[in-house]
Structure formats: C-alpha cells, structure tokens
Design a protein around this ligand. Structure first.
Ligand SMILES: [Zn+2]
Length: 272
C-alpha cells in the first residue's frame, strides 16, 4: 500500500537517498483513487530508484487456480481467458516497455506462459477467508509434492482464488483494501495473487470481471518483474513500485485484445 504519510527522507541534495523501505510488506493495488490523492498532495515527481536486488529477466508465468470451484461452468471460462492473456502479454509491448529498467546485468526480455503452465489445485480448497501465509503454504506444499512445477529465478506463480474468497494480507483484506499483490518466499519463490475481482472494490469501472483481472494482473506482473523482492528492485520511496505510481481509475490502455494498467516510465516521466 502506498503510505499516506511520509516520514522517511527522499531527496538528499540532488540525489536520491537510497533508503531500503522499512515496510517490507508486499505491494498491492490500492482501491479507487487514493494514490492519485496522495500524488497531488505531495507534489513530488515520481522516480523509480534501483535498490540493487534481482529483477526477473524472462518471466515464466505459472498460473495457479486454487480450489475446485474453478471447475464450475461459471468460472471455467476465466481460466481459459486468463491463460490466453498471459500467453500473449508476456511477449507483448507491455514487456518491451520495461527494458528501460535493465540494470546490473539483468536484461528484461520476453517471457513464457505455455499451455502446460496452467494448474488447477484441487487437492485442497481455500477457506472463505485465507491469509497470505495460507497461500505461501499452499505453494510450497504443491511444489514439494510435484503438483506445481519447480521454480527458478524466472518463475512467477500467479495465484487466483475463487469468487467470494477473502485474502488477508498485511492487516488488510482483498476487496476492501487491496485487489492484488505480489511477494516472495525467502527471496527465491516469486508469486502474485489476484483474488477474484467481482466485488465493488475491485471492479473499477468495468462490467466484466475479466477486464479487472487483466488490469490487476498486468500491474502485478510488471511489478514482479521490476521488483520481485518488494523494495529491493526498482522502487520509489514516495509512491512504491512501477504500477503503484500509476494506479488511478482510468489509467488503463489496450494492448492487443486486453486492457492493462499504465506503468511508470522514468525515461518518459509519465505513466504509459
Ligand atoms: Zn502495486
């Protein structure tokens, strides 16, 4: 969450002070237009600063649909559409525009999401309310048992929870304080979570939850690539990560057939 109060130093003379953020909780989409309000109040121009940690070079997205309800006729179409979205978007101009953040030997290029990179987890069902710890436990359990493929430095597990499931993380809950987030386990397992966004807090202005899905997922995808260990990659101490800077109602564009969120560009000094 982009903090509304600001008590760390940001500029030291002309150079940014590289402060590793004290809040290591995952970045997430904040609802509605709070960041926009914060942006206007602060009157500080965003700038992502490289904090020295890893980036994801060629993201390998593994989609993980947790729970038997993903078999339901109503939700099955989302699996197909989301998989098509990821297969397209990881080789799209959305990834190309991240190359300005190549750094320290890390070259951000196209990723992969193949037909066999989609997994339904049906040996466990999430409870109506789950925590981020539950998600981490599920991932580790399924990786260990071989139900999910092993990870390397490019793997990004993208977890989707069923409609109605509330995910609690960092003192907030999905649909009331965030719509998605990404994080890491021990600096090695990178993952993102997009709870089913069919709630007033996460539908934004869309009528089809799928469009909310792609906007939220594009936000988390770009952030996971440029800041897989939150606060250790490209980060702005005022505004957060590449997607946080630009999250505001209507800050979207079309890439191919999909609606995605705008992302911050240091080079262009704008959301694009
Ligand atoms: Zn974010």
């Amino acid at each position: 969450m982009v903090p509304t109060t600001n008590n760390h130093p940001h500029r030291n003379g002309e150079a940014y002070t590289k402060v590793v953020p004290s809040h290591h909780h995952p970045r997430r989409i904040v609802l509605a237009n709070r960041p926009e309000v914060a942006f206007r109040r602060r009157n500080v121009s965003p700038e992502l600063v490289y904090m020295g940690g890893p980036l994801i070079e060629n993201v390998h997205v593994v989609t993980v649909y947790w729970g038997n309800t993903w078999h339901d006729p109503l939700t099955t179409p989302y699996v197909k559409k989301l998989n098509a979205f990821f297969s397209y978007i990881v080789t799209s101009p959305l990834i190309d525009q991240l190359s300005e953040y190549n750094m320290n030997g890390y070259i951000i290029g196209h990723g992969t999401h193949a037909n066999n990179d989609s997994y339904l987890i049906t040996d466990s069902d999430p409870a109506p309310t789950i925590t981020d710890t539950d998600i981490q436990t599920m991932l580790q359990t399924e990786i260990q048992s071989g139900n999910l493929p092993p990870f390397d430095q490019n793997t990004l597990y993208f977890v989707f929870t069923p409609t109605g499931t509330i995910v609690e993380m960092g003192g907030g809950a999905s649909c009331s304080s965030f719509c998605g987030y990404h994080d890491n386990i021990s600096g090695k397992i990178f993952y993102a979570v997009t709870p089913f966004p069919d709630c007033s807090g996460c539908m934004m202005d869309f009528e089809d939850p799928f469009e909310a899905f792609t906007v939220i997922s594009s936000h988390e995808l770009c952030e996971a690539i440029t800041d897989p260990i939150p606060g250790n990659g490209w980060y702005d101490d005022n505004f957060g990560e590449i997607g946080d800077i630009c999250e505001a109602l209507g800050n979207v564009k079309r890439v191919g057939d999909y609606v995605v969120q705008l992302e911050w560009s240091n080079q262009q000094d704008e959301c694009r």
